[in-house]
Ligand binder design. Structure first.
Ligand code: CA
Length: 410
């Protein structure tokens, strides 16, 4: 372990000094791949908080050297919230107002899918994420998350159903999971979903952006501010960390989350990565491990929107996980994906995160679970980037203005 740590620090130091010619964890970094620039963030931070380790924020800037092109391949497609590849290469795009659409790889609209249970469309709520069943090609089953009027308030729910033969409606929709309890709020529903290698669903949610939900993000008896792992029927997945904990929701996988709208699995390590909205400052990138506490609202690198301090204004605490990386001012991370192809070689295994208020897509170079470089893409578009997908060496992104972009090797 000591040798491993030494190598990690040593290679990172070489990288930062600009003397790149290393093979780290199978990820080649050569001089031609990246440049070593000042941090991309130049604004003053909201706080004077110090990072827990070097490189936890404002890492060196990098710049893509392989020529690539950015095409706006569709406009005015509605209010897209998620863009997800289907096994046949088409894209399924959710619309916040309560339906979905299918597009070709060239951004041509093929189908509009309706008939979903009513969504509570307002504020940050509505139709949210979607994920096809691993056997979608045969069973046409999809899972989606949305905000639902429930009881005396609303909450984030997960449902499943099958596309009709003509792919214009949803059949047999059934709610399989609810992030209870309901509160009355229009914010912080999360959510992203993805399958793990065993066919269980990871689902993220938020703490509903009020004082009650904020407190409950630390409670194992509450479904607010959590990462869940559930079966295709919405039950607690086998092996979940709190199956035998008294009064805990057995679906919980990790807790102490503020509002997580980004999830993906690292293509090399297989670990679950998550990005979440911080308050004023303190957006986070985390590696989610079972049973761990990610600290909200006890530890945070941000302030209240009013500028006042949160809790005891501490950033580290024993028993609570540190983010791999954080942003102050914020990125507003809404969706993310690892680039797994070779078309743009220096992007291999990089993480791309869409920014809403920051209006760009952040490219993060990651080595040994540390961020070692950051770049801003599509800054000139001045759009709120809502989600990003990877397919066949290319990135696809959708925006709150209803634009769809394709980024590919030139
Ligand atoms: Ca945290």
């Amino acid at each position: 372990m000591r040798t491993f740590l030494f190598i990690s620090v040593f290679t990172t130091a070489i990288f930062l000094s600009g003397n790149f010619n290393n093979q780290v964890s199978g990820i080649a970094i050569s001089r031609a791949d990246t440049t070593n620039l000042p941090p991309v963030e130049t604004q003053s931070p909201n706080t004077d908080y110090k990072p827990a380790f070097a490189g936890q924020t404002r890492i060196s800037g990098v710049k893509t050297t392989t020529p690539y092109k950015v095409e706006k391949i569709a406009t005015d497609i509605g209010r897209p919230w998620a863009i997800v590849p289907l096994p046949d290469g088409r894209f399924l795009v959710t619309d916040k107002t309560g339906f979905m659409q299918i597009f070709t790889v060239n951004g041509v609209l093929l189908k509009k899918i309706t008939g979903f249970p009513v969504v509570d469309d307002g504020g940050q709520g509505g139709m949210l994420d979607v994920v096809p069943d691993p056997g979608f090609a045969q069973n046409k089953t999809i899972y989606w998350s949305y905000s639902e009027e429930y009881g005396r308030g609303n909450l984030m729910a997960v449902a499943k159903g099958q596309l009709s033969a003509d792919e214009t409606s949803i059949k047999n929709p059934v709610v399989i999971f609810r992030a209870t309890p309901e509160l009355r709020s229009k914010a912080h529903y999360g959510s992203r979903m993805l399958f793990d290698k065993n066919g269980n669903l990871f689902v993220s949610t938020g703490e509903r952006s009020n004082s009650e939900g904020r407190r409950q993000s630390q409670w194992l008896s509450s479904g607010l501010g959590k990462i869940f792992r559930i079966t295709k029927d919405g039950k607690a997945a086998p092996g979940n960390p709190f199956l035998n904990t008294k009064d805990a929701m057995p679906e919980i996988y990790a807790y102490g989350i503020r509002n997580a709208q980004s999830l993906d699995i690292h293509p090399v390590t297989g670990e679950l990565w998550e990005a979440e909205f911080g308050p004023r400052g303190g957006d986070e990138l985390n590696i989610i491990k079972p049973g761990k506490n990610y600290g909200w609202p006890i530890i945070t690198y941000g302030l209240e929107y009013s500028g006042s301090k949160i809790g005891d204004a501490i950033q580290q605490k024993a028993g609570m996980e540190q983010p791999v990386y954080y942003w102050d001012p914020v990125l507003s991370p809404a969706g993310m994906v690892f680039y797994t192809g070779n078309a743009i070689p220096e992007w291999k295994n990089n993480l791309f995160i869409t920014g809403l208020s920051s209006m760009h897509i952040a490219r993060l170079v990651i080595v040994n679970n540390k961020v070692v470089g950051e770049e801003r893409l599509l800054e000139d578009k001045r759009e709120r980037f809502r989600d990003v997908a990877y397919t066949n060496g290319m990135l696809y992104a959708v925006t709150d203005n209803g634009s769809m972009y394709r980024i590919s090797k030139k």
